[in-house]
Design a binder for this molecule. Structure first.
Ligand SMILES: Cc1cc2nc3c(=O)[nH]c(=O)nc-3n(C[C@H](O)[C@H](O)[C@H](O)COP(=O)(O)OP(=O)(O)OC[C@H]3O[C@@H](n4cnc5c(N)ncnc54)[C@H](O)[C@@H]3O)c2cc1C
Length: 407
């Protein structure tokens, strides 16, 4: 019987282990933490958005964007939902196709995976930090306590660099490099953005439903709508996370990108101008600071007026058309320079990773080292927010496990 060693007991590693065992291998999972699946508990705000019924290849990013297609088509959303349903997870489909366990507890996903590992008799060794990997006739792994572990096949599922407190701190890249693999430069994905400016302490905590767009000059790169939150460092919220990968990729390439924030996105700038003229027509005696109450979040009024150079105590009757135009512009199109992100600690996923050219996407086996397989976030594949990253972990985990078990 083939001995398959899975390095990393995260989503991808557990799925790979179950798949390898179900296809006839003798499997051991090596996990550096004192328990498996720590990151799963944090997913989906503790609810675990484990897949998405609207999945398409366009939800994935990589130097080779077609790379994930093979795994996703062989073990996709339906098979994943069936797999988890067999383990006891009743799916709940929420907005935008996001799928959660009906218990809305991420611990349910982790529990059923742990029970399955146990039921199948898969050996799980925790506190097992793999620090070295060599291929002689077979694979030789060295743990940080110097213990050696031997196997016929290895599945590298150590995750990326995001949320390092969960165990995935990028050390897996060094293991891949030891065996000759190349790493596509990594940077945080699905992360809050830091913006240039000194008004953020004043607007920290202000939330609104609006649109955020990413611009290189006048060219729209990507936009998204939903709950947006100003913070003391910049900006957060689901639309920002969705734009963050593209924003940071531009920044890392040394390009300038701007964030356009539309606090009011239900009117064009011209429509808002006409509306402000109408609105102000029955408020002539009020100050502009008071005249904006009820239109936008109160805490935004003073910072916006300051930014526009308009005195908050100016009577509306004395506002010039130019000033009303400025207001309609900033409320529909407020521009900020993006200067960075909150970093790895807050990132949900890693962009970049093991170069896909060196992996056979139909089996997930290394093209350089026979018997070495990859699964999950360690590979240069990352998905949008919405269940796509866990789906990649399940799909690549399943395919790598099945093929690692084949004689
Ligand atoms: C806060 C947060 C929320 C998220 N929410 C969602 C969501 O709702 N839906 C979604 O699809 N995705 C979500 N993601 C992303 C998703 O969780 C990850 O993409 C996915 O878990 C990656 O799985 P993985 O198994 O490849 O890596 P990981 O889950 O990172 O697992 C890697 C494992 O390997 C272990 N390890 C690392 N190095 C070694 C070593 N040398 N030796 C032994 N063990 C090692 C680590 O301790 C870890 O347990 C979220 C991520 C975060 C941080």
């Amino acid at each position: 019987m083939l001995k398959v060693l899975v390095i990393g007991g995260g989503a991808a590693g557990m799925m790979a282990a179950i798949s390898a065992k179900n296809h006839g291998a003798d499997v051991t999972v090596l996990e550096r933490n004192n328990r498996v699946g720590k990151k799963i508990l944090a997913t989906g705000n503790g609810r675990c958005n484990y897949t998405n019924i609207n999945l398409s290849i366009n939800n994935y990013h990589s130097k080779n964007p077609k790379f994930p297609y093979s795994c996703l088509s062989k073990f996709g959303v339906d098979k994943t939902m069936d797999f988890f349903e067999q383990l006891g997870i009743t799916p709940a489909v929420e907005e935008n196709g996001k799928v959660f366990p009906l218990s809305f507890q991420s611990s349910s996903i982790l529990d059923v995976l742990r029970f399955e590992l146990e039921d199948l008799g898969i050996e799980v060794i925790t506190d097992a930090y793999v620090v070295d990997i060599r291929k002689e006739k077979n694979f030789v792994l060295t743990l940080n306590n110097k213990e050696k572990i031997y196997g016929d096949r290895v599945i590298l599922a150590t995750g990326g660099n995001a949320a390092p407190s969960t165990g995935s701190d990028g050390n897996g890249y060094a293991l891949a490099q030891k065996l000759g693999h190349s790493i596509v430069e990594v940077f945080p994905g699905l992360v809050q953005l830091k913006l240039d400016g000194d008004l953020f302490n004043q607007v920290d905590g202000v939330k609104f439903i609006g649109t955020a767009g990413l611009y290189e000059g006048n060219k729209l790169i990507k936009e998204d709508r939903g709950d947006i939150l100003f913070t003391n460092y910049g900006i957060s919220g689901p639309p920002i996370l969705q734009l963050s990968r593209a924003a940071l990729e531009y920044l890392y390439r040394g390009k300038n990108v701007e964030l356009k924030v539309s606090i009011i996105d239900t009117k064009t700038q011209e429509e808002l101008y006409d509306y402000l003229i109408y609105r102000f027509s029955f408020m002539a005696k009020k100050t502009v600071g008071i005249g904006l109450i009820g239109l936008i979040n109160k805490r935004l009024i003073l910072p916006i007026l300051k930014e526009m150079g308009i005195d908050k105590n100016k009577q509306i009757a004395h506002l010039t058309n130019e000033e009303v135009k400025k207001l309609s512009q900033v409320l529909t199109d407020w521009r900020f320079n993006i200067i960075g992100s909150k970093g790895w600690r807050d990132a949900q996923v890693t962009a970049g990773g093991v170069l896909t050219d060196e992996i056979d996407n139909s089996t997930m086996e290394s093209k350089l080292i026979k018997g070495l397989f990859f699964a999950g976030e360690i590979i240069d594949v990352d998905g949008d927010c919405g269940g796509f990253n866990l789906q990649w972990a399940w799909s690549s985990g399943y395919i790598s496990g099945r093929n690692a078990a084949l004689k």
